[in-house]
Design a protein around this ligand. Sequence first.
Ligand SMILES: [Zn+2]
Length: 66
Amino acid sequence: MEKKKLKTVEIVNENVELDEEYEDIQCPRCKEMKVVSWAQQTRASDEPPTRFYKCMKCGYTWREYS
Ligand SMILES: [Zn+2]
């Protein structure tokens, strides 16, 4: 039985806990489908957290505003 564990990656000197790992999102840079995602609270706590994506192949990171 294999349990999927949350991974931690270093993003601009911060360690964040990944909450999702996608295989259906394509990296806009290298077109690989190895993308992880996590949510990070922005400065204003009454705003929804920003979702970040990172390509595990080339390291490209981008964000998405909801
Ligand atoms: Zn990539």
